[in-house]
Design a protein around this ligand. Structure first.
Ligand SMILES: Cc1cc2nc3c(=O)[nH]c(=O)nc-3n(C[C@H](O)[C@H](O)[C@H](O)COP(=O)(O)OP(=O)(O)OC[C@H]3O[C@@H](n4cnc5c(N)ncnc54)[C@H](O)[C@@H]3O)c2cc1C
Ligand SMILES: NC(=O)c1ccc[n+]([C@@H]2O[C@H](COP(=O)([O-])OP(=O)(O)OC[C@H]3O[C@@H](n4cnc5c(N)ncnc54)[C@H](O)[C@@H]3O)[C@@H](O)[C@H]2O)c1
Length: 481
């Protein structure tokens, strides 16, 4: 006998993964609902993660006038005393608009948005606890997508008071811009926030237990970033672990395992995140999470239970809004038998530090390890007319090209608009293009995109020099000696 369910698809979590899963299923004519708590519509992405941090960064760049200082001098500011309310007003504006856009998209696709926390009663039945209205309900669905994301991991020995000792979600509730800040963990979240506060004039100390930060990025670019951050008075404590954090009305003392003690007004922890599966009653669905709360899926985003899918941060790496969206879209397509191509292996990474970093493809370190012969071409923004016009004297774009096939193997960008520029390289690489395409292409002038042309010519010149001398060696008379 055919089951009849309340919904064809129930999606738990309204972040990027959940939204796109829901819209894809609705486009296939399915009856869909999305469940999330009332104050989290849009997920971590809109409320506590991507959008707030990127908006804060934009507000800081504008109000500090930092990007104009090359032109107007080191003391140039748009506003002298930047208060937390200057920053938060922009944040609230953008978050509010984003939530409206999401609600509207769900509504016009006839997707029901339900307020509450979902948990499994069995593989097809969910219980929804709507605390804000004191209501419980149950619903059934043929397919279920778990897109519950993550929350900041909190070491049990640290007392988070939400005022002086904070996790990265709580940083958005600061009541004033701190004079000094310890950031624990130099992952992407830690380095982004550290650079934002350093740009605001906060004295930042970044503590990281590994010997380096962002070790998946091009080392030359990480070195340039560190130079800029030191210039903003940031201190680095690499290879150091936090032993304890004490806090009082006067401030905080962070004690490191090496015995060092760091005084600061505020401490922010950004030392990893934990999958949000604790409230789901996974065992009633026949599922189990790993010790970091994450679910394992196959290439179709199916969990161990065939009608339950999982996407986004809750399935782990790469844990980006960018990938979560596509995982959601694909999971819904696979769930309802729609043919879909798996994600392209070339995916960009964008790190919104000040200055920003972005790359796509392989790095010099990886290629050297694999003994792949390559040539590198570099373009510096200060030699581009657009670089001069915008006052970015430190930006650079690096192209890595296969010495024999001329295939573009990687592009690494540092500086203004890096996260946008990277897509040109990504597109050429994705279509199997070579550096010759960039050499023979005309770019608008004056633009930062011209960096591709300059870097491509740099590669071509180096390859030509090798070819010329090799030819001369081959054709010259053998030596008599
Ligand atoms: C500070 C910060 C900055 C970031 N910056 C970037 C960036 O620049 N670029 C980028 O690509 N990514 C960035 N990320 C990562 C990005 O935010 C995540 O990859 C993305 O939000 C994950 O989407 P998701 O679909 O897994 O769900 P999430 O956005 O994590 O949302 C999950 C939702 O599920 C809900 N939920 C959980 N449990 C239940 C339940 N039982 N019932 C109902 N609802 C539930 C939660 O309330 C939440 O709303 C950043 C993250 C952080 C924290
Ligand atoms: N621009 C972006 O794309 C972007 C921005 C922010 C976050 N994110 C995503 O969010 C996710 C979480 O980021 P994250 O930075 O919290 O986690 P992470 O796991 O990447 O980094 C945590 C860091 O903290 C360090 N650490 C842990 N415990 C420590 C201790 N006691 N003392 C000192 N150092 C310690 C770890 O060595 C690690 O380097 C990542 O997967 C990231 O991709 C992406």
């Amino acid at each position: 006998m055919e089951h009849t369910y309340d919904f064809d698809l129930a999606v738990i979590g309204s972040g990027p993964g959940g939204q796109k899963a829901a819209v894809q299923a609705a486009k296939l004519g399915k009856r869909v609902c999305v469940i999330d708590s009332k104050q989290m519509v849009g997920g971590v992405c809109v409320n506590t993660g991507t959008i707030p941090s990127k908006t804060l960064r934009e507000a800081v760049l504008y109000l500090t006038g930092m990007q104009q200082r090359d032109m107007y001098g080191a003391s140039y500011r748009v506003k002298n005393e930047i208060t937390i309310s200057d920053l938060l007003s922009r944040l609230q504006h953008v978050i509010g608009r984003e939530i409206e856009v999401i609600r509207n998209q769900l509504l016009r696709n006839h997707i029901e948005l339900m307020a509450g926390t979902a948990s499994f009663l069995d593989p097809h039945t969910l219980s929804i606890d709507d605390e804000s209205h004191g209501m419980m309900r149950t619903l059934t669905a043929d397919k279920i997508v778990v897109a519950t994301g993550t929350t900041p991991a909190r070491p049990p020995s640290i007392e988070f008071d939400g005022v002086r000792v904070l996790d990265s979600d709580q940083i958005l509730t600061l009541e004033k811009v701190p004079d000094s800040l310890v950031v624990v963990g130099a992952g992407v979240i830690g380095v982004e926030y550290a650079s934002i506060f350093a740009a605001l004039g906060t004295r930042v100390t970044l503590v990281e237990k590994r010997a380096q930060m962002l070790d998946f990025c091009d080392p030359e670019i990480v070195e340039s970033l560190k130079f800029h951050l030191r210039d903003l008075s940031m201190s680095f404590r690499f290879g150091e672990e936090v032993q304890s954090v004490e806090s009082s009305g006067h401030g905080t003392i962070t004690t490191l395992a090496s015995g060092k003690r760091i005084a600061a007004e505020v401490v922010m922890y950004s030392a990893g995140r934990q999958g949000n599966t604790g409230q789901l009653n996974l065992d009633l669905a026949g599922l189990e999470a790993d010790k970091r709360g994450r679910l394992v899926v196959d290439e179709f985003y199916t969990t161990a239970v065939p009608n339950i899918y999982a996407v986004g941060d809750v399935i782990g790496f790469p844990a980006l809004a960018a990938t979560s969206m596509d995982q959601g879209r694909l999971a819904a397509a696979y769930a309802f038998g729609e043919t879909a191509n798996e994600l392209h292996h070339l995916q960009p990474i964008g790190i919104y530090t000040i200055p920003e970093i972005s790359y796509c493809g392989r790095s010099e370190v990886e290629l050297t390890k694999d003994a792949v012969p390559f040539e590198v071409g570099i373009s510096r923004y200060r030699e581009l007319a657009r670089g001069q016009i915008i006052g970015d004297s430190y930006g650079m774009l690096k192209l890595i090209v296969h010495s024999d096939t001329h295939e573009i193997l990687g592009v690494h960008v540092f500086g203004t608009n890096a996260t946008e520029l990277v897509h040109i390289g990504q597109a050429v690489m994705g279509c199997g293009g070579t550096v010759d395409y960039l050499v023979n292409t005309v770019f608008n002038y004056p633009t930062l995109s011209e960096a591709y042309k300059v870097a491509a010519l740099d590669v071509a010149n180096k390859l030509r020099a090798v070819a010329r001398i090799t030819n001369q060696m081959l054709t010259s008379e053998p030596s008599l000696l």
